[in-house]
Design a protein around this ligand. Structure first.
Ligand code: 5GP
Ligand code: ZN
Length: 138
């Protein structure tokens, strides 16, 4: 169901034009307008899901399956050395468009693009406890 105020609903539905690589009944794949690096691509479901907590497993599975094909096509055209798949959920995590999307960001040697975090610290007990609590909910 389209959200009338959502820019990605309009892009995915074709109401707003985009540099589209591929589309089918479920998804549109297009170039990010403000790329983190040359060839930055977005995969967007046509249905409005806010984030990973909202999207259903079947659609997410199909999306990731499509991502493998898109990633290989990008690699062959862009000749990139690597690729980051990024998917932000919530403002605190850097999400700015609240319609689920997967970023495919090609990486080139010494490109200077910054994605990531500083390694933190943990204790084996804490890791086991957290794993147990989360496991209970799956
Ligand atoms: P987020 O920060 O929510 O994970 O990513 C949103 C992404 O959407 C950003 O990389 C931004 O450049 C991209 N974006 C926002 N508006 C448009 C648009 O109108 N067209 C395209 N092609 N990309 C957009
Ligand atoms: Zn939407």
């Amino acid at each position: 169901m389209e959200d009338k105020d959502c820019i990605f609903c309009k892009l995915a539905g074709g109401e707003i034009p985009s540099a589209t690589i591929y589309e089918n009944s479920d998804f549109r794949v297009f170039m990010d307008v403000a790329p983190a690096n040359r060839g930055h691509v977005l995969i967007v479901p046509k249905e409005h899901f806010k984030d990973i907590f909202d999207i259903d497993a079947m659609t997410a599975g199909k999306l990731f399956s499509l991502a493998t094909e898109v990633a290989r096509a990008m690699k062959s055209v862009l000749n990139c050395d690597g690729m980051n798949l990024v998917q932000n959920n919530g403002t605190v995590a850097g999400q700015t468009v609240f319609h689920f999307h997967l970023h495919l960001i090609p990486r080139y040697a010494n490109d200077g693009v910054k994605i990531g975090w500083q390694p933190g610290e943990s204790s084996p007990t804490e890791l086991q406890e957290l794993a147990k609590e989360i496991r209970k909910k799956i």
